[in-house]
Write a protein that binds this ligand. Structure first.
Ligand SMILES: [Zn+2]
Length: 168
């Protein structure tokens, strides 16, 4: 059976990871976590029927040595920009360097946006001031928990209360 993914919260309710539904189930059965929300899926064997968790919280606090941030990748940029071209709002198929790399533009969060093929082709190697495109919003490093979205693909409704201001 295909199982979705589960959000893991620290004892402090801070999101610290995304794991397979199967892994979350194992943690729950081992009583290492409390289940805060169920996914609606049921895992069944001959002896057992168990609801697959969607959100679990560790019973003990884990010291997280670093702040998780999403590395700059195509997938992460798409997650931040909700898959929309940042010039025209259509569905994005590629990423664009706002200041082209050939003109010294950096491969950094504030210079990379999701972009549709049409705008990408039209813009080519030009600066914004040399073509008629405008950014719909200023690109910046993504909200704190965008890595959750990157790891999970889509964010189930049950997770949003634990993700602060991150747009779903
Ligand atoms: Zn576009």
């Amino acid at each position: 059976m295909a199982m979705g993914r589960s959000l893991v919260l620290n004892a402090s309710y801070e999101p610290i990871g995304v794991v397979s539904g199967r892994r979350a189930l194992i943690l729950a059965l081992a009583e290492k976590v409390d289940v805060l929300a169920e996914s609606g899926d049921v895992w069944a064997s001959s002896a057992l029927r168990v609801a697959v968790p969607s959100v679990v919280r560790l019973r003990y606090y884990v010291k997280v040595p670093y702040k998780r941030t999403a590395p700059l990748s195509r997938r992460a940029v798409f997650a931040r920009d909700s898959g929309r071209c940042q010039y025209c709002g259509r569905s994005a198929e590629s990423i664009d360097h706002v200041i082209p790399r050939s003109k010294g533009g950096a491969h950094t969060w504030d210079n990379v946006v999701a972009c549709c093929r049409r705008c990408n082709t039209y813009k080519g190697d030009r600066l914004l001031k040399d073509c008629s495109l405008q950014l719909r919003s200023r690109p910046e490093a993504p909200a704190q928990y965008v890595w959750v979205k990157v790891a999970a693909g889509t964010v189930p409704d049950a997770w949003t209360p634990y993700l602060g201001q991150m747009a779903a």
